[in-house]
Unconditional design. Structure first.
Length: 215
């Protein structure tokens, strides 16, 4: 994959700039610097000018690493996906940045009933009042193995706590991602009735649902 480079806001049309500007301006303000041995990574709220590199990165990762089910994916559909997140309840979109380059992202929103019917019992069991959902997290392959995903996850949790989220849910089929989530204390969701782990069975395979209580 080519290195992700900084993209000017001019990569978006005037209509698109207006389309993204208002909902993005309403996202929770967040910025945190991580100082590592060799470099500094900043995790912050997404800006309008971040949309083009995020779209390119997501498109490349989804089409190359998750080929099944993405045969008809386009850059426009990825952009529409981001815009749909902004229309959800309590959206959060963060990016990781090094040297003014976007190298990773994470986004999500409140988990709502019937998004995944198999999770309805988890949502309505009375243990949690506010359940958040991490929809996507990804890092440019050129920057993997540096702890970027962990930083994104950490910051997403911090923002979620500020918004009153008391439980975070995500799903994965990726064994590398699963190791990260387990290390960060995410555990499988067990259905209270069947006592079995819950999966999202889709064309790409069985995605395991995990969650973490926000203390």
């Amino acid at each position: 994959m080519q290195m992700i480079t900084k993209t000017s806001p001019k990569s978006l049309s005037g209509k698109e700039m207006t389309e993204f500007k208002n909902p993005i301006s309403k996202l929770p303000h967040f910025k945190k610097n991580y100082r590592d041995k060799d470099t500094t990574t900043t995790v912050r709220a997404i800006r309008v000018e971040d949309i083009p590199p995020v779209v390119r990165m997501a498109y490349s990762i989804w089409t190359k690493e998750y080929q099944i089910g993405n045969e008809n994916l386009t850059h426009t559909k990825v952009k529409d996906n981001i815009y749909s997140v902004l229309g959800r309840s309590n959206p959060i979109i963060l990016v990781a940045e090094q040297n003014e380059m976007v190298i990773g992202f994470v986004w999500g929103y409140d988990l709502y009933k019937d998004k995944y019917p198999q999770l309805n019992n988890h949502l309505t069991n009375g243990k949690y009042k506010h359940v958040g959902y991490i929809n996507e997290i990804a890092v440019d392959p050129n920057f993997r193995g540096l702890g970027i995903a962990g930083k994104l996850l950490d910051c997403y949790e911090q923002v979620s706590k500020r918004k009153g989220v008391d439980d975070l849910v995500l799903d994965t089929i990726n064994p590398i991602a699963l190791r990260l989530y387990k290390r960060e204390h995410y555990i499988p969701i067990i259905d209270p009735i069947s006592k079995q782990k819950l999966f999202d069975k889709v064309k790409m395979g069985n995605f395991l649902f995990l969650h973490k209580k926000m203390d």
